[in-house]
Design a protein around this ligand. Structure first.
Ligand SMILES: Cc1ncc(COP(=O)(O)O)c(C=O)c1O
Length: 468
């Protein structure tokens, strides 16, 4: 018998032997196999090589030969994947992974379960969403061919007009986007170069800081108070950083509920003008005023194209809809609309059709009215509960819009430990630290009143109060 034939014969025997073992089990060493099968080490090695080529076994230099096992995706289940090379190739993560992880807490699918009282989720409870309208529109729109063709890259013309309406903008200034977060990162990436600085009011929405990090921007925080960002501090920061971008939530800011005062609106616009800077106006709470009418977006006060305004339907309608818009005038608008084509083809026509149907229907103002009542009741219940059951805590701003209550804790409280303890006690709350780029000046928590029922709000706040 030739040595090739002998190797094939031993390969067949070894295959049988491996078949009786578990994936990951180690085969005996060559010397032992050599004795077992009465063949030379060279013949045994040739047999193992042919079984390796067939994927029956896996030879690991210096460690031995192991029985291979493959899952449905073609991966060797017995082998630990080695991703170490990726970390050295990728270098440092732009988006701070620790903060991003903390920020995911409280979101569906993250920490917490359906049994937790949800005081951390910044979207509407299902009963506050216009579910019946969305369901009817969804079924109707899905039947039309228009919903399944490619929409124009800038969005459906009628939807662009609908978003332009409250802004005094032209439909041509609008760009339909898949929600607010994507609009933020897209605007930041398109309007500033990596390595430049974005100024954000502080405290502020952590997602905006992540968007800036994803766009490769440095962050500079400027303090805000009950009247919004401090213009004197903004002037200093603009001098110091030469920032091209300023991120603001002029109406019902997340997390504080502050509204930029009329006087400061003028000052902030003047500063943007003097420094040739853009203001990214995150106008997410446009439809969420709880008292009177919401102040007009900053965009309406700016004829010269400093303000780029972002709107979203995730907050007043449903988070899964993923439809929003950017309004931008002049070359910046052109640049955004051009850059959009590089990113993706369009927001799905189906969701645009549904959004358009919703905004154009008589059910929309009815929904907003019902929503306002529902949110106001929840806000009142939350404020009352915090004031009665958390004597050491302070609500500095009673929000006149939006969905969040910013609660100052007694000095010395560790907001992170409280947030963790609350989670263990079945309540999800927002740790105030997440809303600062730098160290917080005092301990805070953010309590959101949009995702829980009134009974849950009272129960949740009481439970957190016992932990203080
Ligand atoms: C202030 C602010 N802006 C933008 C967003 C993002 O909204 P969207 O769900 O439309 O991406 C959020 C969501 O939490 C937010 O709080």
């Amino acid at each position: 018998m030739t040595s090739d034939n002998r190797a094939s014969e031993i390969a067949a025997l070894l295959q049988l032997q491996a078949g009786a073992m578990q994936p990951g089990d180690k085969l005996p060493p060559v010397r032992t196999l050599s004795k077992t099968y009465g063949a030379s080490p060279v013949t045994i090695t040739a047999a193992i090589t042919s079984l390796t080529a067939l994927g029956v076994v896996r030879a690991e230099p210096g460690r031995g030969t192991f029985v291979a096992g493959w899952d449905g995706a073609g991966r060797d289940v017995a082998q630990e994947p080695d991703y170490a090379w990726q970390s050295s190739t990728l270098g440092r993560s732009r988006v701070d992974p620790v903060r991003a992880d903390q920020s995911r807490a409280g979101r569906p699918g993250a920490k917490g379960t359906a049994d937790h009282v949800q005081l951390s989720w910044g979207y509407l409870a299902p009963e506050l969403q216009p579910f019946d309208e969305l369901r009817t529109l969804g079924a109707r729109c899905a039947k039309s061919h228009r919903a399944w063709t490619m929409a124009p890259p800038m969005g459906l013309p009628e939807l662009r007009s609908a978003f332009a309406a409250g802004l005094g903008a032209d439909a041509g200034d609008m760009l339909i986007m898949p929600g607010g977060q994507q609009s933020l990162v897209f605007a930041m990436r398109t309007l500033a170069d990596p390595g430049s600085t974005l100024i954000t009011e502080s405290p502020s929405y952590p997602g905006a800081a992540f968007a800036a990090q994803a766009a490769g921007l440095n962050l500079a925080a400027v303090p805000a108070d009950a009247d919004g960002i401090r213009p004197d501090k903004l002037a200093d920061a603009l001098e110091r950083t030469h920032a091209q971008l300023i991120y603001l939530q002029p109406n019902y800011a997340n997390p504080t509920g502050s509204v930029l005062s009329p006087g400061r609106r003028v000052e902030v616009l003047e500063l943007a003008k003097r420094h040739g800077a853009f203001i990214i106006e995150d106008d997410w709470a446009r439809h969420l005023s709880l008292e009177g009418t919401a102040p007009a977006p900053l965009f309406t006060q700016d004829p010269d194209g400093h303000v780029v305004s972002i709107a979203t339907l995730s907050k007043p309608a449903a988070p899964g809809l993923r439809v929003g818009a950017i309004a931008a005038r002049g070359p910046a608008g052109e640049r955004l609309r051009t850059a959009r084509i590089a990113d993706d083809m369009c927001v799905p026509a189906l969701t645009q059709e549904i959004a358009l149907g919703l905004l154009a229907s008589t059910a929309w103002p009815r929904h907003l009215k019902r929503l306002r009542t529902g949110l106001r009741e929840r806000r009142d219940a939350m404020v009352a509960e915090v004031q009665s059951s958390m004597p050491g805590a302070r609500v500095e701003i009673i929000p006149t819009g939006g969905i969040h209550l910013w609660v100052k804790l007694p000095a010395g409280t560790d907001s992170t430990s409280l947030t963790a303890a609350a989670q263990d006690a079945g309540v999800l709350i927002g740790d105030g630290k997440q809303f600062y780029v730098d160290e917080p000046p005092a301990p805070y928590i953010r309590l959101s009143y949009s995702a829980a029922s009134i009974a849950q709000i009272a129960q949740g706040v009481r439970r957190v109060a016992t932990l203080l």
